[in-house]
Design a protein. Structure first.
Length: 329
């Protein structure tokens, strides 16, 4: 039996510039971090040759090709696991429409668990690239590459995409004091609205030609913020998120809503230095960057939203249990 633990993520600055319609020609840049909320994947050998898959539904099939869960199906095909397994997926948060990159964490966790089940150990970069191949190339999801790399590698990442297909995922090393300071300013509130990011991301991709100035601004803001963070300027994050959100709202019609705009305003009125919706927008979690002395006021202003306490994750996807034995031989 194999169990993997794969972190979710928070996109800080630069989201949207990791879409291939933009970065292949212009180069994208995203500042992102993994958090201590996880997707767990369990792979266990079965006595028979059937495939059992447990998520929000339960599938029992005799052939991998007939699986409805596309990420499980393609991960099994890619890793060569064809039959005789039971796969269970669990998550710390609502797995659909959270804006925390859960789909990519599932894919990375699946690939990690199934590869370990086959006796193979992949690097974080290999896991990320294989997850990108499954989600983008095979399943045709209109997403970028930031989620897969942060899920696989963990940490605070300065991610650079292209021009062209290459990716650089550099970890930003902070002192223990700076890491605690940044972690202590991060607040997450659940908006109660779940949505599929696909429609928003497809519109963003379609709008690339007309939103180039905004995308260039987001890319450059991510670069500048990464450099300031490396220099220990933790306070740069809040202002960058505030400016980035104002720009990102221009990329597609569904990024924000009256409810989200009101929540952002309430957070800023309470003393937050920056606020935005995580992921593509439209719902999910509200990210608030706020000094400790103003957090009580922010919580009061956002009292109708459930808070999710988080810390930063440095390890990325890992195998937390590996009991390898051929139990039926």
């Amino acid at each position: 039996m194999i169990v993997t633990q794969t972190p979710l993520r928070i996109g800080l600055v630069g989201g949207g510039t990791d879409l291939p319609d933009y970065y292949l020609d212009h180069g994208g840049r995203v500042l992102n971090c993994a958090i201590d909320k996880y997707v767990y994947v369990i792979v266990k050998q079965r006595f028979d040759d059937d495939i059992y898959v447990n998520y929000s539904k339960k599938e029992i099939v005799s052939s991998v090709d007939t699986l409805q869960h596309d990420l499980v199906r393609e991960s099994m095909i890619m890793t060569g696991v064809k039959h005789g397994v039971e796969i269970t997926m669990l998550a710390d948060i609502p797995s659909a429409g959270s804006g925390l990159g859960s789909s990519s964490s599932v894919t990375v966790g699946l690939l990690h668990a199934l590869s370990a089940y086959q006796g193979r150990q992949l690097s974080g970069e290999e896991l990320a690239e294989q997850a990108c191949t499954i989600e983008i190339d095979i399943c045709g999801k209109p997403i970028g590459k930031q989620d897969q790399y942060v899920a696989a590698l963990g940490g605070i990442r300065d991610l650079r995409f292209g021009p062209g297909p290459h990716v650089i995922a550099e970890e930003i090393e902070l002192s223990p004091v700076d890491r605690r300071d940044l972690q202590g300013q991060i607040m997450l509130f659940y908006t109660g609205v779940t949505r599929s990011a696909d429609g928003i991301l497809r519109e963003q991709s379609a709008n690339v030609a007309t939103t180039l100035p905004q995308l260039h601004s987001l890319r450059d803001l991510a670069a500048a913020t990464s450099e300031r963070l490396r220099a220990g300027d933790i306070d740069a994050i809040g202002g960058a998120i505030r400016r980035g959100w104002a720009t990102k709202r221009q990329l597609a019609s569904g990024v924000s809503s009256n409810q989200i705009d009101r929540a952002v305003d309430l957070a800023l009125e309470g003393g937050a230095s920056g606020a935005k919706v995580t992921g593509a927008g439209g719902g999910g979690f509200l990210l608030v960057i706020c000094p400790a002395e103003h957090q009580r006021a922010v919580r009061r202003n956002l009292a109708d939203m459930r808070e999710l306490p988080v810390k930063l994750d440095r390890l990325g996807s890992r195998v937390v249990l590996n009991v390898m034995r051929d139990i039926w031989s």
